[in-house]
Write a protein that binds this ligand. Structure first.
Ligand code: R5P
Length: 302
């Protein structure tokens, strides 16, 4: 039996009890567990995230740059706030010592050979909890052949997520023949948020991205898309952040760069330190050069 506590005096009666708002847009009414998971994805100091997307294999197999994730991606992990990936790659290849957020791809089914919009839920909530996921990602095909089915996948995950405190990331997928403009993305992002997604991944558009971000009541992260020159990818990221995105979820523009470690650090500069595109590109060039020098030294020692 512990001895009785002496009566304390530290009630700080002159200080009102702190009631802090949560740092992410539209997230103040979420429960503690969900906020804590979101804080593993978004850095509370900046309110932003660099998610490294490596989930491409779930529909297109060993994508260029992802053939050997143990060799090419594991060295990038220290620079990623979050990894977005499948549970297969997580279990087989990612060291469990990684302490950043894990966002698990939770929809799938069709391969690149079929209609990609025909997805189903592909992960059980129990397994996501076992894997200590910080969020689950689901593709939503607004305007696609299986639009309703994909929205239903999302709403089912949102309901399961609400039971267990698991945030759901809705990924707005654009079919080949669809117009990628602000009007379309305003529609797609707003539908995802209205139906309960805790955050949304969407593409950048040159005209009107700020209206996409403003009309979406939850945080938006910018999707990377196909590989473009590094300066262009940094410029796109800069604009998206300045126009209201809370981070990026980028894959090919990082791991298909000829210097992925330099590129992910340059992207971090844009996202977390508000580096201008030119400054970030200079950082990329410096880090690439330093990387090349140390690679030469290493091979000379062999
Ligand atoms: C599919 O649409 C997925 O979201 C991708 O597999 C991935 O996350 C895309 O990343 P990125 O376009 O930046 O390579």
């Amino acid at each position: 039996m512990p001895e009785a506590d002496k009566e304390g005096k530290n009630y700080f009666l002159d200080q009102p009890v702190t009631t802090e708002g949560f740092f992410l847009k539209g997230s103040n009414s979420l429960d503690w567990g969900m906020k804590n998971r979101l804080s593993k994805i978004f850095n509370p100091a900046t309110g932003r995230t660099v998610m490294l997307a490596i989930d491409h294999g779930y529909f297109q197999g060993p994508t260029t740059g992802l053939e050997r994730i143990d060799v090419t991606i594991v060295p990038l992990m220290p620079y990623a706030d979050t990894l977005m990936l499948t549970r297969g790659i997580l279990r087989t290849t990612i060291p469990p010592t990684y302490t950043g957020g894990i966002v698990i791809r939770a929809s799938g089914g069709p391969s690149i050979l079929k209609d990609l919009s025909n997805e189903q839920i592909a992960v059980d909530m129990e397994d996501a909890l076992r894997l200590n996921a910080a969020a689950l990602a689901v593709q939503v095909f607004i305007g696609g052949t299986f639009e309703t089915q994909s929205v239903h996948n999302m709403t089912r995950l949102v309901d399961m997520g609400a039971r267990f405190g698991m945030p759901i990331l809705a990924v707005t997928a654009v079919g080949k023949d669809m117009v990628r403009d602000a009007r379309y993305f305003r529609l797609a992002c707003r539908i995802c948020a209205e139906l309960g997604a805790q955050y949304v991944k969407t593409y950048y558009v040159e005209e009107g991205f700020e209206t996409v971000a403003a009309s979406c009541p939850v945080p938006l992260v910018m999707a990377g898309g196909k590989k473009i020159p590094e300066l262009d990818a940094l410029t796109m990221s800069y604009r998206a952040i300045q126009e209201g995105a809370a981070g990026v979820d980028m894959g090919r523009n990082i791991f298909q760069s000829d210097a992925p470690i330099a590129m992910i650090q340059a992207v971090r500069g844009v996202v977390h330190d508000n580096l201008k595109p030119k400054q970030a590109y200079e950082l990329f060039l410096e880090l690439r050069q330093a990387g090349e020098k140390s690679a030469k030294k290493r091979s000379a020692k062999k």
